[in-house]
Structures are given as structure tokens and as C-alpha cells.
Design a protein around this ligand. Structure first.
Ligand code: GDP
Ligand code: GDP
Length: 438
């Protein structure tokens, strides 16, 4: 499992700059949606062969009354769940009262906390750090996030704390490669447990998994129409059923790890509330890691038609960045629409793992460019020659040609949309990789 690294710090110390550096930019995809990019809170990154998850916990000490408790509940929750914390301070601004407040909270944590002194470019790192030793944190590292300086050394220290990922154990029985791994996600009370019980009540449950630690989700294998599934249950249905009913706190990190472990994400939303900011942040991560996505708008029973209209408009507006996501209006309580939901999940999975040979894909490329050739850009016109499938979940269409750098974003979108249409990709993102021979 990837270690989770939380970024904490006052506004303007450079958290987003560091976040972007740590997650680099697999973001060509995300870049067109400025709202989403600016708001990104969860990212996935890698240093060498070590993957990790980064969480930006947001600014602290922003409000007037916030000085006594500068961290928001959400930030505290994220920090509490993370495996390591990077506490960013501004090497130019020097030590502030809010920094001290936060440090005293962080010192209590039974986990590694790194004090990261940013903006040390053009400063003597040692004197830039000198002030901050007073915070009583032992691991202090200077960086210049804007220039990438010190970031590698920082991450080497941070990742050294965690065990190397193990080789896949040989004793473990390999999973059937056709298994559909679907994670059920959503805020508390949206109806995840009701939906899961309904699904499992109707299907033949093969085995129940053992309960994990608090952060782990429960994996429930089952079979439907002869097809193997693993349902990743972040609501803790089984555990909750055994002990007395306790409402689980929403765990962002559990949700992120469930996204990683899944192939298809089933996001459950309470239609009475609509899509929340938290849903959007989660969807940003789903998009970044390229998972297939089905959205269940739950509690559709008993809604006024005015309200239904509002929900549909809100979906159009807020989900513009995942136009390919499949949406189904359901009632988990009454079972309405739940069967169809499975159809969508299966289609999304089939789309994510589509198979097609290079010849057929190249013919598609020819048809697509024939009906609408790449535009001229300056003196050049890109030439697209052949294509092959370069990966799955999400499917990657690799296109070889010349001067592909000159292709405008609008034409890339056109290619993407046409491939999506011709390949009948539903409920899954698709990625294009353009390779240039010159
Ligand atoms: P956040 O509010 O903590 O997310 O901070 P941002 O990442 O938005 O950065 C705030 C400002 O500090 C921006 O103008 C950045 O360009 C600047 N900044 C970030 N990192 C560095 C750095 O390493 N050196 C310098 N000189 N400026 C930086
Ligand atoms: P979870 O926290 O996401 O697992 O949510 P639960 O499954 O525990 O459901 C929260 C509440 O919503 C319970 O009182 C459910 O009975 C209710 N609920 C769940 N699904 C529906 C639905 O489709 N329609 C209505 N009206 N209520 C629902």
C-alpha cells in the first residue's frame, strides 16, 4: 500500500507548488479544467520506484479565531490518518505564531513529521533554517519547491521511513484476471451500506474477508452471473453490523486507497444534497489515477420534480471534467435501478480493459484523420501514422507520427472523442500518448 503524505502549512508557504512537484504532471488531462487543478487536494506520485499519495490539507491559521486551533477538523483528520506529515514553513517570512501553534499539535503525533523550510532559493539554507529549530521538530530540511531544489533529498528521507514494497508473495493465490474490482465510495449517510447489503443480499456471496485495521477497507469477493467480483467496502458494513452501530467518520485516505485498489469506482451520492466539494476532490483523484467511474445518485425515491431538475443541472455543471462518467439514479432502499447499475459497472470494466490489435487501431486512426486532418500549425502539419494499445485501466492509445507536438489541444480532444466513440468506451477515461519520430 502506498504511504500517504500530508502537507500542512500556512497559506502561501508553497504547499500547492510542492504538491504539483510531488505529483508531477500526469496532468495534461486535468490541465484543461482550471477549477479542478487549482482545487486539487489528493495526488498520486512516485520517486524512483516508490509510489505515494500526497494530500494537501489546505491552509491553516487563516481565520481570526483560528489562531488557537489553526487546523480545521478535516486537516486534523487527514494528518491523523497520514503515514507522514510534511510541515511547510516559509524560510523568507520566518517563524510565526501560527507555525508554533501547529508545531505543538504535530509534535504530539506518533508518526514522522518533517519540518520543511521552503523558499530557500537565494538564501543560505543554514541560516534560513536556524529560526525554525525552536519548533522542536528534529527533522528539518530546506527546499525551494518552485525550483525543485531539495525535493528529491526530502523525499528520500521521507520514503526511507517506510518499508520497501515487497515482491508479490508466492503463496498468495493469484486473483482471476477477469475479476471486476469495484470500490463503493461516498460520504457518510449517502446509502453505501444500504446499497452494499442490497447487492450482496441478491448475489451469491462466496467468501467474506477478515476485518482489517481501522483504515483498511473490507474486500468482499462474490459472483454475479458467473462473473467474479471483489467489492471494496469503505463503509465497513460487516464490521459495523457485528459491533453496535457506530457512524464511521469519513476517511479520505481510506477512500483514496480504495480507489487505488479498485478498477471501477462506484461513487454514491445522496441526491438530496447533490455533488459536494468533497466528492469533487475525490473525483479529481479518480481522474488522475485513471479509474473507471460510475456514479449512483441515490435516494431518488420521493424527490420532488423541481429538486430532480436541480440535481440534473448541478450534475451537468459540476461534472464537466468527467463527461464520460456513467450516472444512474437509484434507490438503494427500494432497490430501484440497482440491477442496471451493475450493467454500467460491467461496461465500464470492459471499456477499461478493452482489447484491440494494432492493425484495427491504425485503421481507426486513418478513418479519424481522413475525415478531419490535423490542422496546420505555423509551417508544420502533424502527421499521424499508426497506433497501438499501450495499456489498460485506463486504455492508452499510443499514436506514432511526426511533429505531434504541434497538435492543438482541441485536436487531441477530437482524437480522444472519436477513439472513445469507435472503441465504444463507456464509463472509463481514455488516454492518448503521442510519439513523434522527429
Ligand atoms: P500555498 O498557499 O501554501 O499552496 O502556496 P503556493 O504554492 O500557492 O505558493 C505561494 C507563493 O510562493 C507563490 O507565489 C509561489 O510562486 C511562491 N513560492 C513557492 N515556492 C517557492 C520557492 O521555492 N521559492 C520562492 N521564491 N517562491 C516560492
Ligand atoms: P452510509 O453511511 O453511506 O453507509 O449510509 P447508510 O446505508 O447507512 O444509509 C444512511 C441512511 O439513508 C439510512 O437511514 C438509510 O435507510 C437511508 N437510505 C439509504 N438509501 C436510501 C434510499 O435509496 N432512499 C431513502 N429514502 N433513504 C435511503
Amino acid at each position: 500500500m502506498k504511504p500517504v503524505i500530508a502537507l500542512v502549512g500556512r497559506p502561501n508557504v508553497g504547499k500547492s507548488t510542492l504538491f504539483n512537484r510531488l505529483t508531477r504532471t500526469r496532468d495534461a488531462l486535468v490541465a484543461d479544467f482550471p477549477g479542478l487543478t487549482r482545487d486539487r487536494k489528493y495526488g498520486d506520485g512516485r520517486m524512483g520506484d516508490r509510489p505515494y499519495i500526497v494530500v494537501d490539507t489546505g491552509g491553516i491559521g487563516e481565520s481570526e479565531e483560528g489562531i488557537d486551533r489553526p487546523m480545521t477538523d478535516q486537516a486534523l483528520l487527514a494528518v491523523g490518518e497520514a503515514d507522514a506529515v510534511l510541515f511547510l514553513v516559509d524560510g523568507r517570512a520566518g517563524l510565526t505564531a501560527a507555525d508554533q501553534q501547529v508545531a505543538s499539535e504535530l509534535r504530539k503525533l506518533p508518526k514522522p513529521v518533517f519540518l520543511v523550510v521552503n523558499k530557500t532559493d537565494g538564501l543560505d539554507p543554514d541560516s534560513a533554517m536556524a529560526d525554525f529549530y525552536a519548533l522542536g521538530l528534529t527533522q528539518v530540511l530546506p527546499i525551494a519547491a518552485a525550483h525543485g531544489r531539495g525535493v528529491r533529498a526530502l523525499m528520500d528521507e521521507v520514503l526511507a521511513v517506510f518499508p520497501e514494497p515487497e515482491e508479490a508473495g508466492e503463496e498468495e493465490e493469484p486473483e482471476d484476471p477477469d475479476t471486476v474490482r469495484v470500490a463503493v465510495l461516498g460520504r457518510p449517510n449517502v446509502g453505501k451500506s444500504t446499497l452494499i447489503n442490497r447487492i450482496l443480499g441478491e448475489e451469491r456471496v462466496v467468501v467474506f474477508d477478515q476485518a482489517g485495521t481501522t483504515r483498511d477497507s473490507i474486500e468482499v469477493p462474490f459472483e454475479r452471473n458467473g462473473r467474479p467480483y471483489v467489492l471494496i467496502d469503505t463503509a465497513g458494513v460487516r464490521r459495523r453490523g457485528k459491533v453496535h452501530e457506530t457512524i464511521e467518520k469519513f476517511s479520505v485516505i481510506k477512500a483514496l486507497q480504495a480507489v487505488d485498489a479498485a478498477q471501477v469506482v462506484l461513487l454514491v451520492v445522496d441526491a438530496r444534497d447533490g455533488i459536494s466539494d468533497q466528492d469533487l476532490h475525490l473525483l479529481g483523484y479518480v481522474l488522475e489515477v485513471g479509474r473507471a467511474l460510475v456514479i449512483a445518485m441515490n435516494k431518488w425515491d420521493g424527490l420532488e420534480s423541481d429538486h430532480k431538475d436541480w440535481v440534473k443541472q448541478q450534475l451537468d455543471r459540476r461534472l464537466q471534467f468527467v463527461p464520460w462518467a456513467k450516472i444512474k439514479f437509484i434507490s438503494a432502499l427500494h432497490g430501484t435501478g440497482v440491477g442496471d447499475l451493475f450493467g454500467l459497472v460491467e461496461r465500464a470494466w470492459d471499456s477499461a480493459f478493452i482489447k484491440i490489435g494494432s492493425n484495427a487501431l491504425t485503421r481507426m486512426l486513418e478513418d479519424i484523420t481522413h475525415s478531419h486532418p490535423p490542422p496546420r500549425s505555423g509551417r508544420f502539419r502533424a502527421k499521424l501514422r499508426y497506433a497501438h494499445l499501450g495499456g489498460s485501466n485506463p486504455p492508452v492509445v499510443v499514436i506514432h507520427g511526426n511533429r505531434t507536438d504541434s497538435l492543438p489541444v482541441s485536436y487531441r480532444r477530437y482524437l480522444e472523442n472519436r477513439f472513445r466513440e469507435l472503441l465504444k468506451i463507456e464509463g472509463s477515461p481514455i488516454r492518448l500518448e503521442l510519439k513523434s519520430g522527429d
